[in-house]
Every structure is written in structure tokens, then in C-alpha cells.
Design a protein around this ligand. Structure first.
Ligand code: ADE
Length: 420
């Protein structure tokens, strides 16, 4: 490990590769680069400290540089022990960014690093999964009055924050960046869809065509994963607990059934529910010999990995990111320790979708700065106009033009008198 007063990263010598990767990401994040250019001129974040717990990837590297261009000082740690790209962390450290992160963090280091970000005394927090907000609210209450707002990147984090809001425990405003249309309709759907399969393929190099893939959960992420698996020639089974998504999955052409019925049929299992205990002992005992298990939900609670480890006669790391569990009558394989397979075994979502997600983070920080002291201590949406602005930036970035309403069309839409 290389460490200094303001960083702890795997190896500073990786910085050159990290910079090349950040530059490669920039090329595909043109919308975010436009925000960066404006931020460099207007400095909307001047004088603010932004503390981040986000996957330390090349795309996050571009976000960090955007916030700094806006005048902010930034401190960052990861939000998952296996998702850090060590070259990117090294590049950020070399640029003088406060960064504490490495791939394969122990639980102790994970929380030590979160506390380094907290010790930086941020004015704004950016979280992916709500661990930073929770740590501040439970252990650093003295900081709560100085923090002007926060941003949350993911569905799981929003669920935790809404539970805090319901308990009257949330002590500063949070912008639900995940709930931007330009985030969840793209990042969760196209991003998770592609990167999840990318992770499983890098860990196993398995052929999807002709396999039966069981997707647990049919939210935006599950929809994307199911579509990509089908597109690669797999037969897809969806499991759900909510009637509307279950009906949607069936109508989209998938088989829908309880996990106990799907367990003996699946070759590859992908959990994306956001809840715990989706694949447990009762399911493992029904699975085919050789079944592959993976999770793309935020936390590693969806697959009962503890059971697999305790029941296994012998566990072998077959190749990076793939463990083999000998359960006596069958062998099961687990990708990425049951953590986010797209980041543990691949590089997370492609830069193009992270561009609109991180425009959301940047504009949310600017919105918090502009509305300092005026926002309620609730989970808030970014105004729709800003969401549309992000879509326009991205359309512009990829060279897509669209029509405009005529004055007559606007008047028609605004009137209630015209009918048949
Ligand atoms: N979440 C999913 N993919 C990501 C990426 N490439 N960078 C940051 N956060 C992510």
C-alpha cells in the first residue's frame, strides 16, 4: 500500500494508466465535460468541501475533476470493498485529491476511510448506498448542522434515506440523484444490463446462448439484465415479489415463477432485488451441479454467501472473481464474492451512461449550493427542468436533434376545451 497525509492507495506507480483511463472515459462523457467547462468559468462550488463515498472508477475520476473545476475541494473513498480501480485511485492521489481506496478493502479499512472523508468536514456529501450519511448521522452528529446537503446515487441508498426520513432521523436535505429520469432510465437499465453480463463473462467466460438465466427482481436494473441475457440467446426466467413488475416481466415475454421453482432450472442466477436472502440454502439444495451465482444489487446480502462458505467441503478460487464451493452432492460457483458483479468482476457501467448520471450529481451539488439553507431535511427530487437539461446535453453530445412544438401545439396541449 502507498500512503501519505491525504491518501492511501494500492500503488502510486499505477497513476499513469489511471490517467489514461480517465482520459478515455472523458472522451465518452461529453455531456459531463460540457458541465465541467461551464463549472470552470462560473465556479458554482467555490469554497465548498465535497466528501464522497462512490465507486472509485475512471468515470468517478471525471466527476471528481468536474467538481474541482467548479471550485470545490474534494475528498473521496469507495462505497464497496471490491469496486475500486487501483490505477484511478493512484491517478487521483497524484493529482493531489484526498483519496483513500483500494480494491479488496477490509471492513476495517472501509470504515476507516469513510471516517477520513468525515474528518475532512464536508459541506456536501455524495453517497452511493448511504453508508457515508449513516456514519455521519450515527457517529458524528456535531457535523450535521454544517452540512448543507447531500446527493444519493443508488436505489438502495434512497430506500435507506426514505426510512430515515420516515423516522424523522434525516438531518440535512438529500437530492435523490437516482430518481432523475436521466439516471435510472439509462444507468440502471442499460448500464446494469450491460455491465452485469460483462462481469459474469469476465469471471467465467461462459456462453450465455442456450443457457437458462434466472433474474431475481424486475426493477429498472432487472429489466436491463433480462433484456441483455435474452439478447445473447439465453432463456430468461424472472422472479418477483411485486405483482406489477411480475406482470410486466410476463408481458415482456419471460417466464415468471417463484425462486423455488426456478432454482432447479437455472444455469446462471443474477440477483438484483436490493433485499436480503434471495438465494439461500433451500435454493442451493435444488440447483443444478455447476450453477453460477452472481449479484448485481448494491449490498452483498442477496446471496447467502456465509452459508456457502460454511457448508463447502473445499472452496477453490478457480480464477480471479470466481469461487467454487463443493457442497458434496453438487458444486456451485460464485462470482465476485456475491458483491456487485459488474464492479467486482468488470469495470462498472460504461462511461456514456455514467455521463448523464454524473451530470445529475454535478447539477445536484450546484443546486444545493444555490439553495443553501432553503431546502427541507427530506429526500428531494432535482427539479424536472434540470433533468431535461441533462438529457439535452447528452443529445447534443451524441449529435441527436429533435422537433419543437409549434405555438398552436403548445396551446392545444394547454387547453381543456378542445375534444371530439
Ligand atoms: N456504478 C456503476 N458503474 C459505475 C461506474 N462506472 N462508475 C461509478 N459508479 C458506478
Amino acid at each position: 500500500m502507498d500512503s501519505g497525509a491525504n491518501y492511501e492507495v494500492k500503488d502510486l506507480k499505477l497513476a499513469e494508466q489511471g490517467l489514461l483511463n480517465i482520459t478515455w472515459a472523458e472522451r465518452h462523457m461529453k455531456a459531463l465535460m460540457q458541465v465541467k467547462t461551464r463549472f470552470s468559468k462560473e465556479k458554482p462550488l467555490e469554497g465548498l468541501r465535497i466528501g464522497m463515498a462512490l465507486h472509485v472508477t475512471k468515470e468517478t475520476g471525471v466527476l471528481v475533476q468536474t467538481l474541482m473545476a467548479g471550485g470545490a475541494e474534494v475528498a473521496i473513498t469507495g462505497c464497496n470493498p471490491l469496486s475500486t480501480q487501483d490505477d484511478v485511485a493512484a491517478a487521483l492521489a497524484k493529482q493531489g485529491v484526498r483519496v483513500w481506496a483500494y480494491k479488496g478493502e477490509t471492513n476495517e479499512d472501509y470504515y476507516r476511510y469513510l471516517n477520513n472523508v468525515i474528518a475532512f468536514r464536508p459541506d456536501i456529501t455524495i453517497d452511493d448506498g448511504c453508508d457515508l450519511v449513516t456514519e455521519i448521522h450515527t457517529k458524528h452528529e456535531d457535523l450535521l448542522s454544517r452540512i448543507i446537503g447531500g446527493c444519493e446515487e443508488t436505489t438502495t441508498g434512497i430506500l435507506r434515506l426514505k426510512a430515515m426520513e420516515k423516522d424523522n432521523a434525516l438531518k440535512y436535505p438529500i437530492i435523490a440523484v437516482n430518481d432523475n429520469q436521466t439516471k435510472h432510465l439509462f444507468d440502471n437499465y442499460y448500464g446494469t444490463g450491460q455491465s452485469t453480463l460483462d462481469g459474469i463473462i469476465r469471471a467465467t467466460n461462459i456462453l450465455f446462448s442456450g443457457k437458462t438465466v434466472v433474474v431475481a427482481g424486475y426493477g429498472d436494473c432487472g429489466k436491463g439484465v433480462a433484456l441483455r441475457a435474452k439478447g445473447m440467446g439465453a432463456e430468461v426466467i424472472v422472479t418477483e415479489v411485486e405483482p406489477v413488475p411480475a406482470l410486466r416481466a410476463k408481458t415482456d415475454g419471460y417466464r415468471v415463477m417463484p425462486m423455488k421453482e426456478a432454482a432447479p432450472l437455472g444455469d446462471i442466477f443474477i440477483t438484483v432485488t436490493g433485499d436480503r436472502d434471495v438465494l439461500t440454502e433451500e435454493h442451493f439444495k435444488l440447483m443444478k451441479d455447476g450453477a453460477i451465482l452472481s449479484n448485481s444489487g448494491h449490498f452483498d446480502v442477496e446471496i447467502d454467501v456465509k452459508y456457502l462458505r460454511s457448508a463447502s467441503r473445499k472452496t477453490v478460487l478457480v480464477r480471479p472473481g470466481l469461487e467454487e464451493f463443493d457442497l458434496g452432492d453438487r458444486t456451485l460457483y460464485l462470482c465476485g464474492e456475491g458483491r456487485l458483479v459488474n464492479l467486482a468482476c468488470a469495470e462498472g457501467h460504461p462511461s456514456e451512461v455514467m455521463s448523464t448520471s454524473f451530470c445529475g450529481q454535478s447539477l445536484a451539488c450546484e443546486y444545493i449550493a444555490k439553495n443553501r439553507g432553503k431546502l427541507s431535511h427530506k429526500v428531494l427530487l432535482l427539479p424536472e427542468e434540470l433533468d431535461k437539461q441533462i438529457a439535452r446535453l447528452q443529445l447534443d453530445a451524441i449529435g441527436v436533434k429533435m422537433d419543437e412544438l409549434t405555438e398552436e401545439q403548445k396551446a392545444y396541449l394547454a387547453s381543456w376545451k378542445e375534444g371530439t
